[in-house]
Design a protein. Structure first.
Length: 186
């Protein structure tokens, strides 16, 4: 399944990643995060590790391609849990969302995010969390996780620790600390 859209006179197709595309995806991620001072510039290594983990969901590893089959954007959602005293709730972590610099500010990141949300909800996932830019993600429905009693296991500004409800009313019963695999911290 894929989605075809036209943005700024450019045909963009959103589709599930193919196994052979991982090297190109890793290069795209490196390039996209290269000039970002808040990045540790290891996001591409995290993606490679996540592909080999039990948290990887192939249906939620999406690429944005041009009409010439160039991969210009990527998003990955993987399984995490939100753990509280009353138990653990499944969720997804968005990490990363990347678009090649020359294709940024054209809506490609938003298309990837919306399509990933749609597919995640269809798979039964009710929430997604992310550590991201405080001004970018709220336009897609993300809000501060702390407003729902959700904490992240690392030191980051609270406005960057965000959550979204993918299925209505899922956040009513979710709170606690997001648990990531140790490989997120390698």
């Amino acid at each position: 399944m894929h989605v075809n859209l036209t943005l700024f006179s450019m045909d963009i197709r959103i589709k599930q990643e193919e196994d052979a595309e991982l090297p190109a995806i890793c290069k795209l991620i490196e390039t996209a995060f290269d000039g970002m001072p808040e990045s540790d510039h290891r996001e591409h290594l995290l993606v490679a590790r996540l592909h080999k983990s039990g948290t990887y969901i192939p249906e939620l590893s999406l690429v944005a391609k041009t009409g010439h089959e160039e991969i210009v954007g990527y998003i990955l959602l993987t399984r995490v849990t939100i753990v509280s005293e009353s138990g653990a709730q499944p969720s997804l972590a968005v990490a990363p969302l990347a678009v090649l610099p020359e294709y940024q500010n054209r809506g490609i990141g938003g298309l990837l995010l919306k399509e990933a949300h749609k597919r995640a909800a269809a798979l039964g996932y009710g929430t997604a969390v992310l550590l991201g830019h405080k001004d970018y993600y709220p336009r897609f429905g993300y809000c501060k996780a702390e407003d729902y009693g959700i904490k992240f296991p690392f030191d980051a500004p609270s406005e960057c620790c965000q959550v979204i409800e993918l299925i209505p009313d899922t956040l009513k019963n979710v709170n606690g600390t997001v648990h990531y695999l140790a490989l997120f911290f390698e």
